[in-house]
Design a binder for this molecule. Structure first.
Ligand code: NAD
Ligand code: UD1
Length: 339
C-alpha cells in the first residue's frame, strides 16, 4: 500500500484528493496547521471512505515538528497543497506569502531529501500565466504572474526544477490548476473558505443560500459574448483524480514536468449563474459592479499535454459542478464548523 504524505490535506482540494487516494488503496498521512481549514473534515473523509487519515497538526514552517512526521514513517510520495492562496491578501501582505509558501516548501524539500522521499506533486496554478494574451494557454505559454501569490507559485516551480537538476532521484509533477469548483458527490465535503469568499463559485452558492446578501458580478463590459469574464471551471474530484494520474505517470517524461489541469472550455460568470440556478432551483441574487482590478477577460486551458501524458481528462461539466456544490451548500449552510 503506497504511503502518501499530503500537506494541506484538510483544505479544499487536499481533502478531496485524500478521498481519491484512500479509494485507490493509498495509506494517507495529512499535515496541516488548520490556518484555513477544519479538522472536522477528517471525520467526513472517514464517513465517505471508511478510513481516517493519520493527522498531524503541524506548520510547515516548524521544521522540528515536520521532521518528527518524517521520522514517524516513510513516504513513497508527497502531495504538497499547503500554502496561502488569496491573491488580494498577497498584495497587502507579500512577506507573509513569500515566507509561508516558499519557506514552508524549502523545509518540506529538505526533509524529503534527508529521508530519501523523492516523488513530489506540487499544487501550482494557472495564475503563473498572469494576463495571458491568448487562450487556450499551453504549458509553453509565457509565465508572468501578476501578484505575490502567483510569484510564489512560479518561484516554487523554479526551486523544484533546480532540486530536480541537482538530485537524479527527484521526480516532480507541477500541476497548474485552472478554476477548481464543486464538491464531493455525497454532499459531505466541499469548499468552506474562512471569512468572505473571494472565488466565484462559493460566492454564488452562499448568495443562493442567503449566507451572502448578493453576488457582485465584476464587470459586464468585457469583450466576451455576454460581457462577463470567462474561466475554465474544473470539478474538484476531476482535479483529485489528476493527482492520482500524476503519481502514476511521474518521471516518465523527465524528472520534472508541468501540466495544465483544466476542462479546456471557458464559461462566463452569467453562464455559471444560470447553471447554478438550474441545478438548485434557487435564484442567485446578483448585481453588476466594476471590474475587479487584475482580472482578465478570458482564461482557459489547453489540457492536451495532461490528456496525453497523464491519461487524464476532466469528465464532469459545469452542471455537475453546480449540482454537487448545491448539495454540499444546502446540507452544510455554515460549512464544517456548523456541523
Ligand atoms: P485551502 O486553503 O483550502 O488549503 C490549503 C491548506 O494548507 C489549508 O488547509 C491550510 O490550513 C494549510 N496551510 C497553509 N499554510 C500552511 C503551513 N504553513 N503549514 C501547514 N499547513 C498550511 O486551499 P485549496 O483551495 O485547497 O488549495 C490547495 C493548493 O492549491 C494551494 O497551494 C493553492 O495555492 C493551490 N491552488 C488553489 C486554487 C483554488 O482555486 N482553490 C487554484 C490554483 C492553485
Ligand atoms: C483567481 C485568482 C487566481 C487564482 C484563482 C484560483 C485573481 C485576480 N485571480 O482567479 O490567481 O489562481 O482565483 O484561486 O484573484 N467573479 C465575480 N464575482 C465574484 C468573484 C468572481 O464576478 O464575487 C468573476 C471574476 O471576475 C472572474 C470569475 O468570476 O471573471 C472567476 O473569478 P475567481 O473565482 O476569483 O477566479 P479567477 O479570477 O479566475
Amino acid at each position: 500500500m503506497p504511503s502518501i504524505l499530503v500537506t494541506g490535506g484538510t483544505g479544499y482540494i487536499g481533502s478531496h484528493t485524500c478521498i481519491a487516494l484512500i479509494e485507490n488503496g493509498c495509506d494517507v498521512t495529512v499535515v496541516d496547521n488548520l490556518s484555513n481549514s477544519s479538522a472536522a473534515v477528517l471525520d467526513r473523509i472517514k464517513k465517505i471512505t471508511g478510513k481516517k487519515p493519520l493527522f498531524h497538526k503541524v506548520d510547515l514552517l516548524d521544521a522540528k515538528g515536520l521532521a518528527a512526521v518524517f521520522k514517524a514513517r516513510a513516504f513513497d510520495a508527497v502531495i504538497h497543497f499547503a500554502g496561502f492562496k488569496a491573491v488580494s491578501e498577497s498584495m497587502s501582505a507579500p512577506l507573509d506569502y513569500y515566507h509561508n509558501n516558499i519557506a514552508g516548501t524549502l523545509n518540506l524539500c529538505r526533509l524529503m531529501q534527508a529521508h530519501d522521499a523523492s516523488t513530489l506533486v506540487f499544487s501550482s496554478s494557472a495564475t503563473v500565466y498572469g494576463d495571458a494574451a491568448v487562450s487556450p494557454v499551453t504549458e509553453a505559454s509565457p509565465l508572468a504572474p501578476a501578484s505575490p501569490y502567483g510569484r510564489t507559485k512560479l518561484m516554487i516551480e523554479m526551486i523544484l526544477r533546480d532540486i530536480a537538476m541537482s538530485n537524479p532521484a527527484f521526480r516532480v509533477s507541477l500541476l497548474r490548476y485552472f478554476n477548481p469548483a464543486g464538491a464531493h458527490e455525497s454532499g459531505l465535503m466541499g469548499e468552506d473558505p474562512r471569512g468572505t469568499p473571494n472565488n466565484l463559485m462559493p460566492c454564488i452558492s452562499q448568495a443562493a443560500v442567503g449566507r451572502l446578501p448578493r453576488l457582485n458580478v465584476f464587470g459586464n463590459d468585457y469583450p466576451t459574448p455576454d460581457g462577463t469574464g470567462i474561466r475554465d471551471y474544473i470539478h474538484v474530484m476531476d482535479l483529485a483524480e489528476g493527482h492520482l494520474k500524476a503519481l502514476e505517470h511521474i518521471g516518465r517524461t523527465g524528472a520534472i514536468a508541468a501540466y495544465n489541469l483544466g476542462m479546456g472550455q471557458g464559461h462566463s460568470v452569467l453562464e455559471l449563474i444560470a447553471a447554478f440556478e438550474n441545478a438548485s432551483g434557487r435564484k442567485v441574487p446578483y448585481v453588476f459592479t466594476r471590474r475587479r482590478p487584475g482580472d482578465v477577460a478570458v482564461l482557459y486551458a489547453d489540457p492536451a499535454k495532461a490528456n496525453a501524458e497523464l491519461a487524464w481528462k476532466a469528465a464532469r461539466g459545469i452542471e455537475t459542478i453546480c449540482t454537487d456544490t448545491w448539495r454540499w451548500q444546502k446540507g452544510n449552510p455554515e460549512g464544517y464548523e456548523g456541523s
